[in-house]
Design a protein around this ligand. Sequence first.
Ligand code: FAD
Length: 471
Amino acid sequence: MTMHKTDICIVGSGISGLAAATFLRKEQPERSLLVLEKDERPGGAIRSYHSEGYLAEWGPHGFLDNREESRELINLAGLKKNTVTAPLGRFVRYLCLNGRLSMVPQTPSRILMAPLISWPEKLRILGDLQRPYYAGEPTVAQWVEHRFGPALLPFADAIYTGTYAGDITKLRIDGVMPRLRRLEQEHGSVLKALFSRMRARSRERKVAGQSKPGLPAMTSFTAGMEQFPLALAKLLHNASCLQLNTLVQGVRQHQDGWILNTERAEEYHCRHLVLALPINAALALMRAVLPEQPPPTEFLPEARIDSVLLGFGPEAAIPFGFGYLAPEQEKRFSLGALFSTHMFPERSPEGEQLLEILVGGRRHPERLQLSDNDMIEQAYADVRQLIALPKEPRFAAVLRPEAGIPQPEEGYLKLLAWREEVEKRHSNLHILGFGWKGIGLNEMVHEAKLLARTLAAKPMVSTEELKGIYV
Ligand SMILES: Cc1cc2nc3c(=O)[nH]c(=O)nc-3n(C[C@H](O)[C@H](O)[C@H](O)COP(=O)(O)OP(=O)(O)OC[C@H]3O[C@@H](n4cnc5c(N)ncnc54)[C@H](O)[C@@H]3O)c2cc1C
């Protein structure tokens, strides 16, 4: 049995694990640290697709550039010059309403003023100022209807289709918008809270002599999103801090540390264990680790999406913008589509355009069972009713990512409370990753930065000590 010893062991080399390791190495380059990854490639859900001059994404297409930690991580990866951006201020999104695409402005106040909502409906939205706090754990649909009336339901549906591929009749508002819920409770109204925050910020800017910041930009990389984890992984690999093809199968406590087993005759001993895994992968490992403190639920539902990629010449009349989303009430085949070459023009051969159509999600997992041909045919027929497209695409492919998006539905808040309790009782066990606190890449990087700070403040185990302990 081969035994490896390290101060910190991170399981998972998705963006959460890579970011935590990179931030920590920046603070403490001398600290002994190892990232273990089951796959032969790092990056987890982030993966780019290249074929016939088209560039598409299996997972995330981008993230907003309004988070300090993500900008820092881009710099640490040495990729500042490789970013490509699509500013929200220049782009619009579309909503499929009554069988056609309607432009949706980018800010809530402009949405309210847009003719998409009738005047009586606008008055009902203002009813939020008088509505009592919705106690308990309402679903997004229940909460939106209670506070603002039914007119905003298609908008909420589109937002949570675009982010979680979720079902607003199942997602819990406390799970997806915890801050907004706190504001609702503190101010008795969401609108009052938002107005008061806007006033406070404007006062702060005045005092600091700053002007109002513009809208952020959607950000990706010249070679696609995968360039980001690959660059981070390369740095860690060069420092001998990353090991691929290593599936962690079991974890057990030992003295004041942890022992990890893999499928090989090897053990990894560490003082600090970091699980940087999607929520369900972490739960699978944790059940056996802490039998006296089992998680309150075995599994959090996930939503999977497949992408149908279609390439066209300039004759396709794809409207300018990020793309569109279709709420469930429209009863369409596709969840929506991304106008990828409008966002990032280098994603197709010269003069061509790429559409990435999203299929499946929490509500329609059965559609993921279709063959490639059937899925392409149905997605194309659906989108052609909304956008003037030629009879045949020049290029077609289907991407079927394995990763599902964790859904903060019933039981999610109890899981969060359980994680907090576990981390309190085991100060050398740290849990972060996809679905724990949010699902967006910026949230993963934020959590990783917080963890790196926490770990950096803990005493370091020297190489000499490592030789002597855990034997
Ligand atoms: C289809 C899709 C679209 C998305 N779109 C966006 C978007 O547009 N914008 C955005 O901000 N976010 C988006 N996201 C979310 C984003 O991808 C995630 O926030 C992020 O990638 C999660 O990173 P992670 O490191 O926490 O988890 P993961 O990326 O899942 O990484 C976990 C890693 O752990 C490894 N692993 C698992 N079990 C073990 C084990 N036992 N031993 C060793 N290794 C193990 C896995 O192989 C994997 O590499 C999307 C996600 C999906 C699935």
